[in-house]
Design a protein around this ligand. Structure first.
Ligand SMILES: Nc1ncnc2c1ncn2[C@@H]1O[C@H](COP(=O)(O)OP(=O)(O)OP(=O)(O)O)[C@@H](O)[C@H]1O
Ligand SMILES: [Mg+2]
Length: 241
């Protein structure tokens, strides 16, 4: 479980996050939704430790990421898988090498074990035949799947995805959603997905936090979404109709 308490983030004297509280549960796809510029990416960067909030706490099953020793921090980072905006594969490495990269960096596996694990992850995302292709030879959706395989290579406890469907058509988007959701359930991962894709919200919104102008205005799930009283959330939903 990841718990946020009173997260405030400023850039110079401009406040972008105004005290966010939220809980993200284990084994669930937790969505953070909101309009462009509402603060989703800044929040995710505060959660993973790429940005430091001026106030507040980010607890990973009780561990405050912003107050860990160097050693504790590097252990926690090995429990995190990330999928950031754009697939961000290494262009000069083939598919298999891309997925092996975190294993080479952070595990004590032999080369053979790394290959075995990487092939298992590629199979999991349905890309067994693509292992010797270069990223430039793959479609956008396939690149995302490689990025997912790489993100799960180290068997993360926590998975973070920032707009995993950006640039994909609706059908490929649903495939990526399903994959993220299945992996989350299968391995009991605490997953946080930033999105403004209403297809994802309806499809995999087990737990949803709606952010408006840096404030968490509503929490619920895809079943309670349309009963929500928050006017900003209603406006957000109606823009999709
Ligand atoms: N490094 C930065 N310096 C100054 N302002 C920033 C910085 N990063 C983000 N912001 C501001 O913080 C606000 C929230 O941005 P953020 O990128 O989190 O939005 P978002 O919800 O992820 O939007 P999108 O859906 O378009 O990705 C914006 O007003 C943005 O201009
Ligand atoms: Mg963003």
């Amino acid at each position: 479980m990841i718990t946020l308490t009173n997260i405030h983030k400023y850039f110079d004297d401009q406040e972008v996050l105004h005290g966010i509280d939220a809980t993200f549960e284990e084994g669930k796809t937790n969505l953070v939704i909101g309009r462009s510029g509402s603060g989703k990416t800044v929040l995710l960067r505060c959660i993973v430790g790429l940005l430091t909030p001026e106030h507040g706490q980010v607890l990973y099953d009780g561990r405050d990421i912003h107050r860990l020793s160097k050693r504790e921090g590097s252990l926690l980072r090995q429990e995190m898988g990330m999928l950031f905006q754009g697939a961000a594969l290494f262009d000069s490495m083939n598919v298999l090498q891309n997925v092996m990269f975190p294993l080479e960096m952070f595990s004590n596996m032999t080369l053979r074990e790394q290959q075995h694990r990487a092939r298992f992850c590629l199979e999991r995302v349905g890309l067994t035949d693509a292992e010797s292709k270069m990223p430039s030879e793959l479609s956008g959706g396939m690149q995302k799947r490689v990025a997912i395989a790489r993100a799960i290579a180290l068997e993360p406890r926590y998975l973070f995805c920032d707009e995993p469907n950006s640039g994909l058509d609706p059908i490929s988007s649903r495939i990526i959603d399903r994959l993220i959701s299945d992996i989350t359930h299968e391995y009991g991962i605490t997953t946080i997905v930033n999105t403004h894709d209403m297809g994802s919200v309806r499809g995999i919104g087990e737990q949803i936090v709606f952010i408006h102008e840096g404030r968490a205005e509503w929490t619920g799930n895809s079943a309670t979404l349309y009963d929500a009283a928050s006017p900003h959330l209603r406006e957000f939903l109606e823009s999709d109709r």
